[in-house]
Design a protein around this ligand. Structure first.
Ligand code: SAM
Length: 374
């Protein structure tokens, strides 16, 4: 179990610029999905051959793994890649858990914990998960960032010029508790605490346009985004109305066939790049193969998974982004079932690149990306 209370340091350890042994893994997830995120951590630990206990307070937006024996940061970073964790928006490695923090002085115990750890870091980030209990602390995190760095600077544990050193990320999950965590440079979510703050673009008909924008940024590498989303590419949008996803594709210059029996917003049609067809998204197929298929139809996840497999097997699209609406219970099991279903059906086609993530803009759902490996 995590350290139950903060113990002041008596004997500072020697500075450990290498190694950084951590007690376990911390993931930030959508509040309400802690069980699923913890279940996934357990599976990942099993795969990595590591023993430990998982947990996650319902509604906290956090799930954690406590290892039986500490493990070096470098090794953990390799064994728990963020892209393999569907329910994790962000993934960090914790080395201490502070309890009983007082509002008047959170800095002293934080610095003491760092001194006790002996870890040198290149930079710091203070943040909170997305939970109701923790969100009110985001103002404090912003205000305290610079004073905290000044305090840490005095210990010689903050070394901004050593970019190879990990970043210290302190996650406040309540006014009195915090997780002390580390992240290897360039690893983890590109957004602080895994929260993308995307602006709603003018002209887009619905906020769900941000979901597809986030899916591109999260599920594709920057090179893939550049190569695969070039103007002139052809896309089909199944379950398109009112047109947020079609608008996002058109905004990038793609030509879109939008399939939905419902109306598509005039601003989407006004792009001149979207053709709307009233048809059933489960049976309609394009006459010629397209580069992209995207699908946001609300239906049984296994039915959508079958549909996606049909499109890829039939060569109707090169790649697809799709949403799987999850049931209320046994959500991780459903994700694993859909993954197995798709991989099983595509076996004959060769290796498949199948990525899943519960995005910040996803609610009771996850988003998938699929293509055949070249
Ligand atoms: N992605 C859209 C956007 O960004 O505006 C929102 C899609 S909304 C969540 C789901 C849409 O799927 C609805 O407009 C619904 O009419 C459509 N839909 C559901 N079943 C369908 C089917 N069998 N064929 C075509 N459209 C379907």
């Amino acid at each position: 179990m995590p350290n139950p209370s903060y113990r002041p340091s008596t004997q500072p350890r020697p500075i450990a610029s290498q190694g950084h042994p951590c007690q376990g893994v911390l993931v930030i997830c959508r509040p309400g999905f802690e069980r699923d995120a913890a279940g996934e951590l357990e599976l990942a630990a099993d795969r990595a051959g590591l023993d430990g206990d998982v947990g996650g307070e319902p509604g906290s937006g956090i799930a954690h793994l406590t290892l039986m024996s500490p493990c070096p940061l470098v090794e953990l970073t390799e064994r728990f890649p963020l892209e393999r964790l569907v329910f994790a928006r962000h993934r960090l490695f914790w080395f201490d858990r502070l309890d009983g923090l007082s509002e008047g002085d959170r800095g002293t115990p934080l610095v003491a914990a760092m001194t006790q750890s002996g870890f040198a870091v290149s930079s710091t980030l203070l943040g909170t998960p997305d939970s109701d209990a923790a969100k009110p602390l985001s103002g404090f995190c912003r205000r305290f960032a610079a004073p905290f760095e000044r305090l840490l600077d005095k210990t010689n544990l903050l070394r901004p010029k050593k970019a190879h050193l990990p970043q210290l990320q302190v996650v406040f999950d309540s006014p009195t508790t915090a997780w002390m965590t580390l992240v290897t440079p360039g690893d983890g979510s590109p957004w602080p605490m895994g929260l993308p703050r995307l602006r709603m673009p003018a002209g887009a008909p619905s906020r769900s346009t941000l979901k597809l924008a986030e899916a591109f940024m999260t599920l594709l590498t920057p090179t893939e985004q550049e190569q695969l989303l070039r103007p002139g590419r052809k896309a089909v949008d199944l379950g398109a109305a009112p047109g947020g996803w079609s608008w996002q594709l058109a905004y990038r210059g793609l030509h879109v066939t939008a399939i939905d029996n419902g109306p598509v917003a005039p601003s989407v049609l006004a792009t001149g790049l979207v053709e709307h067809l009233r048809a059933d998204g489960f049976t309609w197929r394009p006459k010629r193969p397209v580069d992209w298929m995207v699908c946001d139809m609300v239906d049984q996840p296994a039915r959508v998974a079958q549909l996606i497999s049909d499109w890829i097997i039939g060569g109707h699209c090169k790649r697809a982004i799709f949403n799987l609406k999850l049931p209320m219970k046994r959500r991780l099991e459903e994700v694993l079932r859909c993954r197995a279903l798709i991989e099983g059906r595509l076996k004959e086609k060769g290796p498949v690149d199948l990525r899943f993530k519960q995005l910040y803009h996803d609610r009771e759902e996850i988003t998938g990306y699929i293509t055949l490996r070249q």
